[in-house]
Ligand binder design. Sequence first.
Ligand code: SF4
Length: 471
Amino acid sequence: MCNKKEYCGLFGVFNVEKPSDIIFLGLYSLQHRGQESAGIAISDGTTIYSEKGMGHVADVFTKSVFEKMQGNKGIGHVRYSTAGESLPANAQPIIAHTNKGHLALVHNGNLVNSVELRHDLERTGSIFATTTDSETILHLLARSKADRIEEAIIETLHYVKGAYCFLILTNDKLFAIRDGYGFRPLSLGKLHNSYILASETCAFDILDAKYIRDIEPGEILTVSNEGMQSIMPFAPTQKAYCIFELIYFARPDSYVFGRNVNIARIAMGKILARESSVKADIVVPVPDSGLYAALGFAEESKIPFQFGLTRNHYIGRTFIQPKQSVRSMGVKVKLNPVKNIIQGKKIILIDDSIVRGTTSKKIVTMLYEAGAKEVHMKLSSPPMIGPCYYGIDTPFESELIAANLSIPEIRQFIGCDSIQYLSLQGLLDSVNDTNEFCTACFTHNYPIKHHMQQFQQLRLFEKIDPSHDHS
Ligand code: SF4
């Protein structure tokens, strides 16, 4: 990825006129995957130009910036962080001049052995310009004794463990790489005669590009003037697609891991309704995270769906606010109950998950203050009991409410009349699982061994405030 605690969006294009315009639109569609920084690197065949900065895509790139960036291929990145410190140096693409040529790299995911790798590299003389694990990849590529970049990439991937999707741009090639578990999504599309790559297919739609297929777990795809070449240099491993992409992260109009995100979310709501016995007057989503699950719940339960909460769309998700002061007031700024809908009603309130519980508590309190008779909280995922080590910023276990309190205690903390989580089997059924998903934050079944101590060290090292909450 970017660095440990982030969650990012990647976009790449090869052989187009004005690649910066196309990448800009692609990144615009992927803005939900990262709102802290954005960057673009363009190659004209001899030089790689880059522009990156803090903030939203539309703030970072201006017309004059694009005029400077001439070429016919490029990559782009949006970065997410709840970090206490937002470092401009950590914005991607990361650019380097190496003995394999001029390279630009973007990353989504998290390398679980990056601390070890970085220490080893630093011990033997490497100087790092960023605090991201992504830069480790460039150092490994540069140090490889292989003559060709293709061989250096394979050699480098032998060293790294964890979740990753990479796009690497050289002056004549674009590489798309996905780890063998397939934690993060990466799709291939076609725009006229050009190939494009994106973390989510919603980035193809904005360009009227055609989705071709997903980059396979373990695949290295090379796009060059000679066309496309795909290799699978490593032995196949179990699949571990991040189920949270379908629960919350991916955009509902995207198609990830072979599933329509909105259809999966509606199915979660329907199964949640089948697992529920509560009688109520209306189903209310927490916008936008509970929207599709609430539609499914209402359809299955035949309880009317109502927009009982209005969201101010002109601020970011509380989940991604980097400063504690903003986060603590985030709910009031972001959501407001619609009193005439809420008053005197027994409400089923639907959200995707509960992380620390503080936001859910505030929403429930708001609903009672607006006159709700009963509030029954329902979540379209099981209790989150473990942190993510694969590129999603979740708090440490000590801060996860479901890792520390029983369900009756959570209900009491949040202050609602009842609380119900979707069962793990219900979640797996809603995504038609064939044993290919990571569910570790609900089960503790982590697909790749991680070192808790290193994880903590990384967060301290990067001065990360691990606290965040979106429900
Ligand atoms: S631990 Fe949870 S959030 Fe992380 S990859 Fe697995 S399912 Fe996704």
